[in-house]
Design a protein around this ligand. Structure first.
Ligand code: PEP
Ligand code: MG
Length: 541
């Protein structure tokens, strides 16, 4: 047995054989041709065929994982028409009198190396895309296109890297999990994996000799054990069975109310980061979306998302949730969430820096575009909006002014929208201390305990070295939550929690006693929390 470490993208445990995947090694021969015009026509025909395939892949991805994540195939379609790329292929065919597949393969390799050598991370990442596009064309010209459909039993897929087109084409019924050498937690592949609910590890020392061997992929520990010994395997098997039993029991809670033994009912919502997550939220019986982290639309994009793209994303979620509440949190970029096309200056203390509402209030153009999209989507469902990282009444008022301007513009353009509920995230100690004043200005509070804990305890939430000092149940944080609920209720508004603490079942009863009205948790935690709420008693106001 050998155990390899990696970074977990999705926490689950699976036991299956490894399928080692290597991109099809096509030996493209350097063949001379006499009919160069005919060869160029063959290339153009293959390009059109590629476009048809990409259109289909794009549609499939939109259906399965949503508009934003499907956008990568639009990038591939654009690459097909890139003048430099096509000129290079033409030059090799016409001037060097070489065959079309050789010209496409060489051009793909050259462009990929060029991208790989660039300093810009975004451009580096395009190296894989240009190879993907070229391989598609070469595959068509050679009469085939390799894909990952050869798996005939459930497997853990091991690969150096997976292109988005490969991930989407995979037969998901055979895929139990995957491990890759490259990729980041924000790479397209990782995002797709999370969206598809596939346990995955990245940053793993992949080895070809794993192929066909039994493995335990443990997303909790962030490791994969190859050829596990009997003891390791038995322990994994036991945990897997416990996980399964628990899931089966919890499934019986679908369709049931989130209500305590003595009849106090709360709202149990889901946190999502992508359009397609709404489906996963519904599968887990979410009563609404309590936090749509809209910045993921921005992080997955290759340029600042425009109003229409955002509108379509929010509208899709609103429609899928069919009248259930959907709370869109406005752009929370900055600190750990960086988009390449929107470079933020390096700061001494990014968590205390230029982020979230601070960016939005200094870039009202970006903010208003988002608010218009949110408002437009409200005509198609039960949409609310909330602002992150608020520390003062004046910030909230400025945000509301821009919201009012967006409404006025839409009205003047006769574009329909509803008068949506407005909330603030209570995630700074300052917001807690002025929560009575803030409550007079909004319809609800949602407590972001991840940041509230970081700022209250002065502990960087990204720094694993501080784990031993981090007390998620610190009385200071609990008192802040209590104070926020009291102040919200004193002004007649509802108060929820959307930070990770909301899913901590050791605190469910405490929150209920404090009078919490809503908990918003990751989709996979919903039934667990409902189960806990149903076991609580003596918590009626
Ligand atoms: C929070 O801070 O608790 C929160 C929900 O927001 P995020 O984790 O996205 O910062
Ligand atoms: Mg936060």
């Amino acid at each position: 047995m050998k155990v390899y470490q990696g970074k977990a993208v999705f926490q689950r445990i699976v036991i299956a054989k490894v399928f080692y995947y290597e991109k099809a090694q096509r030996t493209v021969k350097r063949e001379k041709v006499s009919d160069t015009a005919g060869e160029w026509k063959r290339f153009e025909a293959a390009k059109e065929k590629s476009r048809e395939q990409l259109v289909q892949l794009h549609q499939k991805a939109v259906r399965e994982v949503g508009e934003a994540e499907a956008a990568i195939f639009e990038v591939h379609m654009m690459m097909l028409d890139d003048d430099d790329y096509c000129d290079s292929v033409k030059n090799i065919i016409i001037n060097q009198e070489l065959c079309a597949q050789y010209a496409a393969a060489v051009t793909g390799d050259n462009f990929s190396q060029m991208f790989q050598a660039m300093d810009d991370d975004y451009m580096k990442a395009r190296a894989a895309d240009v190879l993907d596009v070229s391989e598609r064309i070469v595959g068509i010209l050679s009469g085939s296109h390799g894909d990952i459909t050869t798996m005939d039993e459930p497997v853990i897929l091991a690969a150096d890297e997976l292109a988005p087109s490969e991930t989407v084409q995979m037969d998901k019924s055979k895929l139990m999990g995957f491990v890759t050498r490259y990729g980041s937690a924000n790479s397209h592949t990782a995002i797709l994996a999370r969206t598809m609910n596939i346990p995955a590890l990245i940053d793993v020392e992949i080895k070809k000799e794993w192929d066909g061997k039994l493995a335990v992929l443990d997303g909790y520990k962030g490791e994969i054990a190859i050829d596990p010994d009997l003891e390791y395997l038995a322990a994994a098997q036991q945990r897997l069975e416990e996980e399964q039993r628990r899931q089966d029991l919890l499934r019986e809670l679908r369709g049931k109310e989130t209500i305590t033994e003595d009849g106090r009912k709360i709202q149990l919502f889901a946190n999502i980061g992508a359009v397609s997550d709404a489906g996963i939220a519904l599968q887990n019986d979410a009563e609404g979306i309590g936090l749509f982290r809209s910045e993921f639309l921005y992080l997955e994009a290759t340029e600042l998302p425009d109003e229409n793209g955002q509108f379509l994303a929010y509208k899709t979620v609103a429609e899928n949730m069919a009248g259930k509440k959907v709370i869109i949190r406005t752009l929370d970029l900055g600190a750990d969430k960086q988009a390449d096309y929107f470079p933020l200056e390096a700061e001494e203390n990014p968590a205390l820096g230029y982020r979230a509402i601070r960016i939005c209030l200094t870039r009202p153009d970006i903010f208003k575009t988002q608010l218009r999209a949110v408002l437009r989507s409200s005509a198609f469902g039960n949409i609310s909006v909330m602002f992150p990282m608020i520390i003062s009444l004046s910030e909230l008022q400025q945000a509301k002014v821009i919201l009012a301007e967006a409404k006025a513009e839409l009205k003047a353009q006769s574009i329909p929208y509803r008068d949506i509920e407005v909330g603030v995230m209570i995630e700074t100690p300052a917001a807690v201390m002025i929560s009575r004043e803030l409550a007079k200005e909004v319809d609800f509070f949602s407590i972001g305990t991840n940041d509230l804990t970081q700022y209250t305890l002065a502990i960087d939430r990204q720094n694993p070295k501080l784990d031993r000092f981090y007390d998620a149940h610190h009385p200071a944080v609990l008192k802040m939550i209590q104070m926020t609920i009291e102040n919200g209720h004193a002004e007649g508004i509802w108060v929820g929690i959307c930070g990770e603490l909301g899913a901590d079942t050791e605190l469910t009863e405490t929150f209920l006693r404090m009078g919490i009205d809503e908990l918003s948790v990751s989709p996979s935690a919903i039934l667990e929390v409902r189960d806990k709420v149903q076991r609580c008693s003596g918590v009626r106001d």
